[in-house]
Design a protein around this ligand. Structure first.
Ligand SMILES: Cc1ncc(COP(=O)(O)O)c(C=O)c1O
Length: 385
C-alpha cells in the first residue's frame, strides 16, 4: 500500500512481522557480538555490514536508524556516522584520491572548506569552488581529473539555492559523482536521489535529532556508491553512538510536525523582517529576495526554520548591539533544535570575491517558541541598532 511521507516517518525502521514486539526497536549497546560456532562467525564476517558483527559496524539500533533513513530518502542504503562532518569527510574520501579534483559550492558549510584546505590538499587532491548560481555553467570548471561535484542547497549563511537538474545533467554526461548536504531540507522537503544525485548527507544533529542533545551524521547512497562510502566510513572509524542513533530514530517520528511549525513561524518572521528599515535583505529560500528562489519553488516541498538577514547598517558595532539585545534568541552554533538561536555569519571569507560587499549577515534559527514572542524580541533588538 502507498504510504504518505508522514506515515513513513511513523513506521520506518520499526520491528515488523515478529508477533509481539515493543513499539520502538530495543536499544542494543554492544562493542562485541559473540558466536557459538566458528562457521556462523565466518559467515557473518563475509557480510559484516548486513547484520550484527562488530560494534563499529553497528548494532540493531544503528541498522534500524539506517534503514529508516534509506527508506525516507528513497536510497539503496544509509550509513550512520559520528557527526555531520564525519559523514561529509567520509564521502569526500570515498571518491577522491591523489591527483583528483573536486568542485565544491562556494556557499559550503565552512568546516568542509577547512577539510579541503587542510586534509585533501595534503593528499594531493585539489579543490575549486563554484558559484552557487553556476547551473550548467559548471561545465566550464570541469577538468579531466574532476571526480566529484559537492553541493549544498540551500547553502550556508546566504541560503543560495542550486539548480540541481542543471548540475546533475553536466555531472552525468561527464561520469562525475555528485554528493549533496541535505541537512536544511531533511528528507521531508527534498529527496536528492530522486533528482539523480548519488549521495545525500545529513548532519542529523540538526532537525533529525531535533532537540540539540546529540551529534549524529548519516549518508544515504544509491547502489553504485554504497560500497565506497561504507568502506570510507569504516576506515575512518567515525561510527555513530547507539544512544545517538536511537535519538535520531526518535526524532524522525516527530520530524514533520516540528518542521512544519518551524516553517510557519520562520515564514511569518521572515516576511515581517523584510519590511523593517534596519534589514537590507532577507535570505530565505521561500522569499523572492533569496538567490535561487525559483529552484526552491521547483524542487522543494516546503521550507525549514533557518535563514539569514543582511542588516542595512555597515557599522559592526550596531550589529553587535542587535545580537546582544536579543533575549529569546541565544547566540550559539548549530540549529534544528526546538530553541531559537542567532549567529553572526562571515560570507566574506569565501573563495569568490562577490560576497565581500555585503552588510553584516546574521543567521536566525526559528525555534518552536510562540512566534509572537519571537517577533517582539526581534523588534526590541532591532531598535537597539
Ligand atoms: C549545513 C551543515 N552541514 C553539516 C554540519 C555539520 O554537522 P555536525 O555539527 O553534526 O558535524 C552543519 C553544522 O552546523 C551544517 O550547518
Amino acid at each position: 500500500m502507498d504510504k504518505s511521507f508522514g506515515t513513513k516517518l511513523a513506521h520506518a525502521g520499526r520491528p515488523q512481522g515478529q508477533g509481539v514486539s515493543p513499539v520502538n526497536p530495543p536499544l542494543v549497546r554492544a562493542s562485541t557480538f559473540v558466536f557459538d560456532r566458528l562457521a556462523d562467525f565466518e559467515l557473518a564476517s563475509k557480510t559484516p555490514f548486513d547484520g550484527p558483527f562488530y560494534g563499529r559496524v553497528g548494532t540493531p539500533t544503528t541498522f534500524a536508524f539506517e534503514s529508516a533513513m534509506a527508506e525516507l530518502e528513497g536510497g539503496h542504503r544509509a550509513i550512520a556516522t559520528a557527526s555531520g562532518v564525519a559523514a561529509i569527510s567520509a564521502v569526500l574520501l570515498a571518491f577522491l584520491q591523489r591527483g583528483d579534483h573536486v568542485l565544491v559550492v562556494d556557499t559550503v558549510y565552512e568546516p568542509v572548506r577547512r577539510f579541503c584546505t587542510r586534509m585533501l590538499s595534503r593528499m594531493g587532491i585539489e579543490t575549486s569552488y563554484y558559484d552557487p548560481a553556476a547551473g550548467a555553467g559548471i561545465e566550464a570548471l570541469i577538468r579531466p581529473e574532476t571526480r566529484l561535484i559537492y553541493l549544498e542547497s540551500p547553502g550556508s549563511a546566504t541560503f543560495d539555492v542550486l539548480d540541481l537538474a542543471a548540475i546533475v545533467a553536466v555531472a552525468k554526461a561527464r561520469g562525475i559523482r555528485t554528493a549533496i548536504d541535505n541537512t536544511w531540507a531533511t528528507p521531508l522537503l527534498l529527496r536528492p536521489l530522486e533528482h539523480g544525485i548519488d549521495v545525500s548527507i545529513h548532519a542529523a544533529t540538526k532537525y533529525i535529532v531535533g532537540h540539540s542533545d546529540a551529534m549524529l551524521g548519516v549518508v544515504t547512497t544509491n547502489a553504485e556508491t554504497y560500497d565506497a562510502v561504507r568502506r570510507a566510513t569504516q576506515d575512518l572509524g567515525a561510527c555513530a553512538g547507539i544512544e545517538e542513533c536511537n535519538l535520531g530514530l526518535r526524532g524522525l517520528r516527530t520530524l514533520e510536525v516540528r518542521l512544519r511549525q518551524h516553517e510557519a513561524s520562520a515564514l511569518t518572521l521572515a516576511r515581517w523582517l523584510a519590511d523593517q528599515p534596519q534589514i537590507a535583505r532577507v535570505l530565505h529560500p521561500a522569499l523572492p529576495s533569496c538567490p535561487g528562489h525559483a529552484f526552491w519553488q521547483r524542487d522543494f516541498d516546503g521550507s525549514a526554520g533557518l535563514f539569514s538577514v543582511e542588516l542595512a547598517t555597515r557599522d559592526p558595532q550596531a550589529a553587535r548591539a542587535f545580537l546582544d539585545a536579543l533575549q529569546h534568541f541565544r547566540i550559539g552554533f548549530s540549529w534544528g533544535g526546538y530553541e531559537s538561536l542567532v549567529l553572526p555569519m562571515h560570507p566574506d571569507s569565501r573563495a569568490l570575491g562577490r560576497w565581500k560587499d555585503l552588510g553584516p549577515v546574521v543567521r536566525l534559527q526559528i525555534g518552536l517558541e510562540n512566534p509572537a514572542d519571537l517577533r517582539a524580541d526581534l523588534e526590541q533588538a532591532l531598535a537597539a541598532i
